[in-house]
Design a protein around this ligand. Structure first.
Ligand code: FE2
Ligand code: FE2
Length: 472
């Protein structure tokens, strides 16, 4: 295990003190980052003590410690998974060569683009979620929100470290721009669409952490075996933190479902909304929105970028070593359905060009497990006439072959006018949003939960559920 140096201004396990130039660059960036956090983070809670976990090692067990921290004083730092001795590149044109410790000149621009795109999502999500604490359904949930926020902040640090260390002046400029773009700002937006969508309710937040943070998981998995070793090691440690974010999302939606089923069983004849909970069809619509938007994050179905990134050994598949025996991706075809000349066409494309689709398929399969978990809650409650589902991958897409077209929830093409007439069946309508927003009232007495969400089965780090997770 590589020890983490917590004595230095920037906690790290990369021996930062031995590289003066880099240390200065990061120390120069630190106050800018803190300014960004104070402006665009959960600003109104900068002075509260929050029961947070902080990484203290990069071992998979026992890597974190818990304690009260004021968020702007959180020890953001740079933690890379340990270096594997004599690591070889596991896929692409450089299969079998030594993993790179420096950026290969010919791939510099692609690599920078990959890192900047990943980096940009991290502060974006903090910005999207910055007002939510004002309507927290409990201290437990508020604390989980803040935990996700500070770790997304740390993920930005992780990526900025790579930019500052390996990309010279360009990297420093990129690092500054990462603090200048703003989620949802029409003139200076974040790079990817989903990260400009407003998160205005806790149902949005839980769907986001379920579906959009899970996209993060798959992007990180595809980079965790990158030929560029510092990126691989960075992503491997980020994955450890990411698991909690998806836990927050999956169980958060689950607890909303659980509460709805309680009301449905108590008042089988009533509209659940009459009792102040979120009805199952509305939850389904939020699932449809966030999962379809997150499907876009994988890019086009057929893509020369994906072929370049895989071929150059920069970005592989999820679990490349574990799940595949062939790692060049050459001389293989993949069946991909696209929209051509006004109809759906299934064609064979070279596998490397279909790597976005490969990753998206793995992602969708993982999402389905979460949906199955929610349906078990319905089973347990004895609800028989409703089951959650994922929308078809063609549904509501803005990127790739199906962008700008219209498909129903099962992926059947439809006209723009049919879509207009029916879209409120599948996506949250203005009335649905107004109803969900009407429920968003702060509930912050220790151990109390808003009426629309069930308490969790247990607290954080073995603390009781009525623990004072945030001192207000
Ligand atoms: Fe992240
Ligand atoms: Fe995350």
């Amino acid at each position: 295990m590589t020890a983490i140096d917590y004595e230095s201004k920037i906690p790290n396990n990369v021996d930062l003190s031995s590289d003066r130039r880099l240390q200065r660059a990061l120390e120069h960036w630190l106050p800018q980052y803190i300014d960004w956090w104070k402006e665009m983070g959960p600003t109104d809670f900068n002075n509260n003590d929050v029961y947070l976990r902080t990484a203290v090692s990069v071992d998979s067990d026992g890597w974190a410690q818990f304690g009260y921290v004021k968020m702007p004083e959180y020890r953001w730092g740079i933690f890379l998974a340990d270096r594997e001795k004599d690591r070889k590149i596991g896929f692409g044109d450089h299969l079998g060569e030594d993993a790179w410790q420096q950026v290969p000149g010919e791939y510099r621009n692609w690599l920078r683009r990959i890192i900047v795109t990943q980096a940009d999502t991290e502060p974006a999500s903090v910005e999207q979620q910055r007002m939510l604490a004002h309507t927290a359904p409990s201290l437990y949930d508020m604390r989980n929100l803040f935990q996700v926020n500070v770790e997304e902040g740390r993920h930005l640090w992780a990526m900025v470290y790579l930019l500052q260390t390996y990309f010279g002046k360009d990297g420093r400029e990129e690092a500054e721009e990462l603090l200048e773009r703003r989620s949802g700002n029409p003139d200076h937006p974040r790079i990817l669409g989903t990260f400009n969508e407003p998160i205005t309710s806790w149902l949005d937040f839980f769907c986001f952490t379920m579906f959009t943070d899970r996209d993060g998981k798959f992007q990180l998995l595809s980079l965790a075996e990158s030929g560029f070793d510092p990126l691989a090691r960075t992503c491997r440690f980020m994955l450890t933190e990411e698991a909690h974010h998806m836990f927050v999302g999956q169980t958060g939606v689950g607890r909303i479902i659980e509460r709805a089923t309680q009301i449905m069983n108590e008042h089988p004849k009533d509209d659940p909304r009459k009792h102040g909970v979120i009805d199952l069809p509305t939850i389904q619509k939020y699932i449809n929105f966030w999962s379809s938007s997150s499907n876009d994050l994988y890019g086009g179905e057929v893509s020369s970028n994906s072929a370049n990134f895989f071929g150059s050994s920069l970005k592989g598949r999820a679990w490349e070593q574990k799940n595949y025996t062939e790692h060049t991706g050459l001389d293989q075809m993949k069946e991909v359905t696209v929209w051509q000349d006004g109809k759906l066409v299934t064609e064979q494309v070279p596998l490397r060009n279909a790597m976005n689709e490969v990753l998206r398929e793995d992602y969708i399969e993982d999402n389905q497990k979460g949906v199955n978990y929610w349906n078990k809650i319905l089973d347990k409650a004895g609800i028989e006439d409703f089951r959650f589902r994922l929308p078809h991958r063609r549904f509501n897409r803005n990127i790739g072959s199906f962008a700008g077209l219209h498909f129903d929830i099962d992926g059947n093409p439809m006209s723009a006018s049919e879509w207009e007439a029916r879209k409120d069946e599948w996506l949250p309508s203005e009335a649905d949003k107004a109803y969900v927003h009407s429920l968003m009232q702060k509930c912050v007495e220790p151990g109390k939960f808003a009426n629309w969400i069930a308490p969790p089965p247990k607290g954080i780090n073995d603390q009781p559920i009525d623990f004072e997770y945030v001192r207000l």
